[in-house]
Design a binder for this molecule. Sequence first.
Ligand SMILES: NC(=O)c1ccc[n+]([C@@H]2O[C@H](COP(=O)([O-])OP(=O)(O)OC[C@H]3O[C@@H](n4cnc5c(N)ncnc54)[C@H](OP(=O)(O)O)[C@@H]3O)[C@@H](O)[C@H]2O)c1
Length: 302
Amino acid sequence: MSNTVLITGATGLVGKALAKKCLQNGFNVHYLTTRKSKIKLQENYKGFYWNPQLEIIDISCFEGVNIIINLAGSSIAQRWTKAYKSLILSSRKKALELLHLSIETHDFPVKHIISASAIGIYPDSKTRYYEEDFQGTDISFLRTVVRSWEGALKAFNALGVKTTALRIGIVLDKHEGALPKISGPIKGYIGSALGSGDQWQSWIHIDDLVRMFMFVLDSSLEGIFNAVAPNPVQQKDFVKSVANVLKRPIFFPKVPEFILNFALGEMSAIALESQRVSAQKIQDLGFEYDFHELDAALRDLL
Ligand SMILES: NC(=O)c1ccc[n+]([C@@H]2O[C@H](COP(=O)([O-])OP(=O)(O)OC[C@H]3O[C@@H](n4cnc5c(N)ncnc54)[C@H](OP(=O)(O)O)[C@@H]3O)[C@@H](O)[C@H]2O)c1
């Protein structure tokens, strides 16, 4: 088997770390980007242009590729206007559909596609503990997006391609994503919990997430797996832990839900929804986390 992996969304938070790890582990990396300025043409790291909305793809990206890692999707952390909501969904669905069409049309010998998915597939609940076999019928926006994303992934099975979905939780990284947004105000003495603070947050350290992708890739593991650390925490405790690690007091009371709804609109769901998600399935298959507890992850990152 060739050792070239094709990554979509490789210029993002997860993609950058994952591409680096693939290179360290001896893979050549081909990546698809929607931004021509991000194309690099190095010996073992080559960029190719695509635009899934317009069904444009440079199919030379498939040369020597047996494995695809799909991370593409427009950010959910931007105001959810009607048009932007449509892009959140279509950027994910059309990316997978274009890869599917390319493989089908040219009969490329891809064996395995590993795709990002999200714990947003699980309905907001303070009491449930979600395992991968949970079947929901909730039709809220995030649930609809993730179900349709996973549906587009499943379609690869008909081409004889193995599929794996990693339902990713809140990714903790030093420079990008949720953590700097939470730690910034706390560093500036203006941090506080959001809403009731009781909502569960299922997080994962970026290094563990990258190792999990490599674990799935190396073992050709198929199926759906939650990509969260084994110990989710409630939002108020998340904020407390960050404050402890940064040695800052929390002066301010919790920000009431209605203020977040007013300031962020429907997108406040990202901060207010509660998903307590199990990491058991992938652990039972031998995956070992470096960061089980939030405090250890925060001490490493902050
Ligand atoms: N970070 C998290 O906490 C988290 C949690 C759950 C799930 N996820 C999912 O995991 C994936 C990777 O997350 P991330 O944090 O690395 O995301 P990210 O930093 O926003 O990067 C996503 C990448 O997707 C590509 N992209 C953006 N808009 C696109 C479009 N319209 N069509 C095709 N590609 C587009 C971009 O690459 P180019 O500009 O190079 O095209 C971008 O770098 C995402 O799909 C995300 O939804 C992330």
